[in-house]
Design a protein around this ligand. Sequence first.
Ligand SMILES: NC(=O)c1ccc[n+]([C@@H]2O[C@H](COP(=O)([O-])OP(=O)(O)OC[C@H]3O[C@@H](n4cnc5c(N)ncnc54)[C@H](OP(=O)(O)O)[C@@H]3O)[C@@H](O)[C@H]2O)c1
Length: 269
Amino acid sequence: MQHFQQHYGPWALVTGAAQGLGEAFARALARRGLRLLLVDLQTEPLEALAAELRQQGVEVEAHTVDLADNAAVQELLAAVGQKEIGLLVANAAYSVVSPFLEQSVENHDRHIDVNVRSSMHLVHALGGAMVQRGRGGVILLSSASAGQGSPLLASYASSKAWLQVFAESLHLEWKARGVDVMALLPGATDTPAFRDSGAMPRRVQGMTVMPPEPVVEEGLKALGTHPFWIAGRSNRWSSGFLHRVFGRRFAMRVYGNAVRRLYGVEEKT
Ligand SMILES: NC(=O)c1ccc[n+]([C@@H]2O[C@H](COP(=O)([O-])OP(=O)(O)OC[C@H]3O[C@@H](n4cnc5c(N)ncnc54)[C@H](OP(=O)(O)O)[C@@H]3O)[C@@H](O)[C@H]2O)c1
């Protein structure tokens, strides 16, 4: 724990921290002794989490920010000021499960604004100081959907592929300079977003729905040694099996059909 604090402290900035995986990250980082700068669209649950953690003696700042708004991201960065952010968890995401043409172009823009652009701006603004200090970490929340194209998830899955390659690239640039960058790829995880997405709640066609806490613990354990980490043994196994044994085109078909089944859409490729 002391090593974690020394390498990734004193402050961690977590986006999308009010619920789901972001909340689990906030709690896990508080347990590891970091001070927290928590960001979300949802003021009430964010403030409630901040108040609960403060009661436990954790130093917490909570900021309601819409990360789709670039001016708001810049205001957030100004509010961060001189705080030494040793760990960035870019976790917030926009995600709509629906055929490409059934979504407006503004909807597709929002996937890029929240998932891609805000993450890149935060990494650019905070990563320089980490590299100068020669220590720190960045976790970018990608997804198992990043590994191949998928129906119903065109903009979402593409944004997650961007995040994975971005993390891998910075892992190669910054590893020797003491800063650990990693993409975390959860499979189906039991969060409000997953429950609200219309997906079936339990095991579906080989997909196991994980609770958020083990996803986060695996991610924090893998940080520093892996450029990307697929959460969950069965997710790692099925991804490795599909891609290594059968290749990407087969993976597209299998994953695509699984997504369709998960959301009750019958058409097959
Ligand atoms: N759950 C899964 O099965 C799963 C699988 C693979 C990858 N992931 C990734 O894991 C991360 C966390 O997912 P989750 O399931 O925990 O999501 P979640 O339950 O929706 O929690 C994410 C939080 O981020 C907030 N947020 C969304 N857009 C924002 C914005 N523009 N500005 C500020 N905050 C914003 C959400 O607010 P609102 O509720 O108002 O949107 C929500 O409070 C995401 O990057 C997601 O893509 C999740």
